[in-house]
Ligand binder design. Structure first.
Ligand code: NAD
Length: 356
């Protein structure tokens, strides 16, 4: 078993990573019986709800089985969960568990942050993206018809339990999407980890347990370090958005469905790396290594074609735009990156054209 701690003083919490971790979920609730709400969806519940319920049998457990899909990370689902909590008489000592991917985790976390002004929250992430990224760091949110993640809160879980066996039932596409975020950590923060990823492409593609455990542990450790240094994203945490400004434009242009988040981030990372090469921050050989690794992991490295005006308008709607200026996270070498905001639009447009 691997263990990582997110160090946030009195709000510090453990991330436990192992195959079969689900079986130890009862350890999250020692002592007297608790009121516990598990938020999940039918796809995840089919495999993992019964195993979780069986180890929590001594508690009063309710389940909210939300519909599967990004469109249900909504105000309506939020209100439905609140209704269930209130109807079931859940008090301030209750706990909420998110059992699922990033959609379930973001929504359940926001519910936990607001029910009775905040109740205990636990993450049991079941997609690779959720295990290496969304379950760690305390960003919770729901979508509004006018934009993604517009309503939310910073609210840290009390623990994250990562069962690597859950990844065996994940679709190939969702699995690959999570790998895009794993690569991100190597690019922005850890050259040695990037090199390790290059050396373990075959194992990662085969979902080898030992390779996955290490990749998840290292990703969580990097995210934990970055979040501990900058919980509310006023500095270094912004580097975690590598590829995301371009990626969000791709997701928005394709109506949040055609491309997964990870696929859009992969193509966005290639554009960011090319922009960095063209503006002479990144060597051509490092650019090649980033594009080659994403490609070998089965991720798209070409963005869809759309007019520059569309790119611009989608990128300007991104939450990371400040004072109307576009900010980009650009790698400066494998293992380091910086935020840059003074690039001419002509240069950005030319690079995007080259990467489509
Ligand atoms: P998701 O939650 O929609 O899961 C993808 C699909 O996999 C779903 O159909 C789900 O039911 C299914 N699934 C989940 N676990 C499974 C398993 N073990 N076996 C089989 N199927 C399984 O998508 P995601 O990629 O996990 O998360 C995307 C969401 O995460 C977005 O809403 C995004 O905004 C959010 N996000 C949040 C943060 C953050 O810091 N909070 C960071 C990145 C992304």
């Amino acid at each position: 078993m691997a263990k990582v701690t997110v160090k946030l003083a009195e709000r510090s919490y453990p991330i436990d990573i192992s195959p079969k971790a689900l079986r130890s979920a009862a350890n999250l609730f020692p002592g007297s019986p608790r009121q516990i709400l598990i938020v999940t969806n039918p796809t995840v519940a089919e495999h993992y709800l019964q195993p979780l319920l069986s180890v929590l049998h001594s508690h009063h457990v309710e389940v909210f089985n939300m519909q599967d899909g990004e469109e249900y990370k909504s105000l309506t689902t939020y209100a439905d969960i609140m209704q269930q909590l209130i109807s079931a008489g859940f008090n301030r000592d209750c706990a909420i568990i998110a059992l699922g991917g990033g959609v379930v985790g973001d929504l359940a976390g926001f519910v936990a942050s607001t029910y009775q002004r905040g109740v205990d929250f636990y993450q049991i992430p079941t997609t690779l993206l959720a295990q290496v990224d969304s379950s760690v760091g305390g960003k919770t949110a729901i979508n509004h018809p006018l934009g993604k993640n517009l309503i939310g809160a910073f609210y840290q879980p009390l623990a994250v339990l990562i069962d690597t066996d859950c990844l065996q039932t994940l679709s190939a596409r969702n699995y690959r999407s999570g790998l895009a975020e794993v690569v991100k950590y190597g690019v922005i923060y850890d050259a040695e980890f990037f090199h390790w990823l290059e050396d373990h492409v075959a194992e990662l593609r085969n979902r080898d347990t030992a390779a996955l455990t290490y990749a998840i542990e290292r990703s969580c450790a990097i995210k934990a370090e970055v979040v501990a240094a900058d919980e509310r994203e006023s500095g270094i945490r912004a580097l975690l958005n590598l590829g995301h400004t371009f990626g969000h434009a791709i997701e928005a242009a394709t109506h949040y469905g055609e491309w997964t988040h990870g696929e859009a981030v992969a193509a966005g990372t290639v554009i960011a790396s090319k922009l960095s090469e063209v503006t002479q921050k990144l060597s051509s050989s490092d650019f090649r290594r980033v594009a080659d690794l994403l490609n070998q992991l089965g991720l798209p490295i070409k963005a869809p074609q759309m007019p520059w005006q569309d790119w611009l308008s989608y990128m300007q709607r991104d939450k990371k735009v400040k004072d109307g200026r576009l900010h980009f996270v650009l790698p400066t070498a494998i293992g380091s990156a910086e935020v840059v905001s003074n690039i001419e639009h002509e240069t950005i447009a030319a690079v995007i054209t080259e990467c489509c």
